[in-house]
Write a protein that binds this ligand. Structure first.
Ligand code: NAD
Length: 279
């Protein structure tokens, strides 16, 4: 068997970064091993051993902030990035220049930040997904299918998501991912029909609208419900993540898929999981 491929985790001191480091240390994916751990220059954990941060035995990999040094010393075969929208956008040209396949889990990217990721994907293979769990990606396929069947029949689509109190962006990237699936099956463009919550005298709900409702509090890992409400019935499709590990394991699976060798391009979890979609 060939040696495991080196993984660089970006945002390694964060919730997702630590989970990925722990799962790699526990052997969740034998074809990969943690080789470098990066975070922001003012992160208070810089210099700490990644094993200590991840709650595993010492890894011999200190948390660092110098991208070039990490690339030089660890020769990563793939990078897994769960950091911050501006950080991922800033990383895009550097990681493309370094030729490192990139898993982008970070959400909340503004259009120009997303353009930076797309540009990078012309030079390197990139897997980007607002939610890396298998269940959510199946839900997306089901939402597409449901919306196709309900299109033009008076079913109002609304999306409700719940996340922990620390989440910084809203609505969640996953909610937007699901909303895009519904909008496309309805024949709409999501930016034209999306509305965030409702407040005040907003008037009657227009038919061509998808409402997003973001609940924040406690320690919800991530709940998403897509509902289709008509006169006389309501269909609700719900996914509940109960452990962040399901997201981290999806990212690790995406990293292993990239490390196996892919052509430059922007891929999604449907590609990694080999899911048939109606796109
Ligand atoms: P977190 O705040 O716990 O961790 C983010 C980490 O990124 C922090 O340690 C922070 O210091 C670091 N960071 C910030 N700027 C950086 C920079 N310039 N360079 C390197 N590191 C930097 O957040 P989290 O819960 O781990 O989530 C991180 C991101 O991933 C968010 O955008 C979140 O929405 C997204 N997320 C995506 C999925 C998915 O399945 N795609 C799942 C969970 C979270």
């Amino acid at each position: 068997m060939s040696a495991p491929a080196n993984v660089m985790v970006v945002g390694a001191a964060g919730r997702m970064g630590r989970a990925i480091a722990r799962l790699l240390a526990e052997g969740a994916e034998p074809s990969l091993r943690l080789a470098a751990a990066l975070d922001r220059p003012d992160c208070p954990d810089l210099g700490a051993d990644m094993g200590a941060l991840a709650g595993t035995p010492p890894a011999g990999i200190p948390l660092a902030a110098d991208f070039d040094a990490a690339v030089r010393d660890a020769a990563p075969a793939v990078a897994v990035d769960f950091s911050f929208h501006a950080a991922s956008a800033a990383l895009a040209p550097r990681i493309a220049a370094a030729g490192i396949p990139w898993v982008v889990g970070t959400t909340g990217l503004a259009p120009e930040e997303q353009a930076a990721v797309r540009d990078a994907a012309q030079k390197i293979p990139v897997v980007q997904a607002a939610n890396m769990s298998v269940g959510i990606n199946l839900l997306e396929a089901l939402v597409r299918q449901a919306a196709l069947a309900l299109r033009g029949r008076g079913y109002d689509c609304e999306i409700i998501e719940r996340h922990h109190r620390h989440k910084k962006d809203a609505p969640s990237g996953t909610a937007l991912f699901l909303g895009k699936a519904a909008a496309e099956s309805y024949g709409w463009s999501l930016p034209d029909v999306a509305t965030d919550g409702r407040s005040g005298l907003v008037g009657e709900r227009p038919a061509e609208q998808i409402g997003f409702h973001a609940v924040r509090g406690g320690d919800f890992v991530g709940d998403h419900t897509v509902l289709f409400a008509a006169d006389g019935e309501c269909l609700e499709l719900t996914h509940r993540a109960t452990s962040r590990d399901t997201l981290a394991l999806g990212a690790i699976r995406a990293a292993a898929w990239l490390a196996a060798g892919r052509a430059p391009g922007l891929y999604g979890m449907a590609d990694v999981l080999g899911l048939e979609t109606s796109r």
